[in-house]
Design a protein around this ligand. Structure first.
Ligand code: ATP
Ligand code: MG
Ligand code: FE
Length: 336
């Protein structure tokens, strides 16, 4: 089955063509980073307008690159929420129109379910059950995943998402937006032992997170030591990253052990972090746990992960209706 995936929940317009929920034939992502950069964050109204400009060329490009004629597409999967309403509506309305026009079925997909299923786009995917750390710009949660559709929440952040903390710390250091990639790069040049930050909940036998404390600790450090040199900036970035990575790594491995899972997954935008990838891979190996982290292109927002979820929905006969609508807040209520 060939599924066209469409994603427009935030500031990326993305389309992908995926065969049987696992083989990516084409995946195109048009980023709006340059549009929002001057404002230090995503401006919703600008995002919607840019999605409107990008959606048709991005879908055309994905179909052209896939080598599959549009007539051979069997169904459409589109992100329904959570995200920015104006942004979601562009992809969602386009998907409805595309499916209706081609006389093919379509389904709405939850963005977070998409991130979790991104590991199935890689060779040698995890076996069920496994535990997944979803770590992105808006979410930081751990799930016990028992099927493509069944995710049981084990813990989540009580305040900021990890990606949000990365972006805020980057802003404090004057490194621009979005900050995750920049801090990741800078951290590799710094000494993580020079400035040591708090590691909230590291010692507790539960799976909730808190990142606002680490963020505030960075702020206090900068108040006491203003105007850091480039070397100091690298040390602060390294210290911050070490704190975040320690907590994330400890919790997901602890979750795998608590559930007796031989496989764990790390997904979402922050899964692109080199420090996190290395730490989880190293520490899990010591416990004989297999680690699944998508390639960098599939960590950030993309439409291939949406198509992967859509495949399973469409294959079991699920269909959306023309009067279905988008949703902005987490709706994703894991079953069971
Ligand atoms: P959500 O998926 O929760 O709805 P989102 O879609 O905005 O939110 P993603 O696109 O999945 O989030 O991830 C974006 C986040 O990932 C940003 O906060 C960004 O700074 C962070 N990020 C990207 N690359 C890295 C990296 N290498 N290290 C750390 N953080 C990173
Ligand atoms: Mg984004
Ligand atoms: Fe996302």
């Amino acid at each position: 089955m060939i599924v066209l995936g469409i994603e427009s929940s935030c500031d990326e317009t993305a389309a992908a063509v995926v065969r049987n929920g696992c083989e990516v034939l084409a995946s195109v992502v048009a980023s709006q980073v340059a549009v929002h950069h001057p404002y230090g964050g995503v401006v919703p109204e600008l995002a919607s307008r840019k999605h409107i400009e990008a959606i048709v060329p991005v879908v055309d490009q994905a179909i052209a690159e896939s080598g599959i004629p549009a007539k051979k597409i069997d169904g459409v999967a589109v992100t329904q929420g959570p995200g920015l309403i104006g942004s979601l509506l562009v992809g969602f309305s386009f998907a409805k129109g595309f499916a209706f026009g081609h006389g093919i079925p379509w389904v709405g997909v939850d963005h977070l379910e998409g991130h979790i299923n991104s590991v199935f786009l890689e060779a040698d995917p995890p076996a069920f059950p496994f535990v997944a750390l979803l770590v992105s710009g808006g979410h930081t949660s751990i799930y016990h995943v028992t099927s493509h559709r069944d995710f049981h929440p084990m813990g989540q952040t009580r305040d900021d998402a990890a990606g949000e903390a990365y972006d805020k710390v980057a802003k404090m250091l004057g490194l621009g937006y979005p900050g995750g990639v920049v801090i990741d790069r800078l951290a590799a040049q710094g000494d993580p032992t020079k400035v040591v930050f708090t590691r909230p909940y590291l010692d507790k036998a539960e799976f909730d997170f808190s990142f606002s404390g680490i963020k505030s600790a960075v702020m206090r450090h900068l108040q006491l030591h203003p105007d850091p040199s480039p070397g100091d900036q690298a040390d602060i970035a390294a210290g911050f990253q070490a704190a975040v990575v320690d907590v994330l790594t400890f919790k997901i491995i602890h979750a795998a052990k608590a559930k007796g899972c031989a496989h764990l997954a790390v997904v979402g935008g922050v899964a692109a972090n080199r420090g996190l990838r290395e730490a989880v891979t190293r520490d899990a190996a010591a416990d004989g746990i297999r680690v699944h982290i998508p390639s960098i292109e599939l960590c950030g927002d993309n439409a291939a992960m949406v198509a992967a979820v859509g495949y399973h929905r469409l294959a079991t006969g699920e269909r959306a209706g023309l009067d279905d609508d988008v949703y902005s807040r987490v709706k994703f209520r894991p079953r069971g």
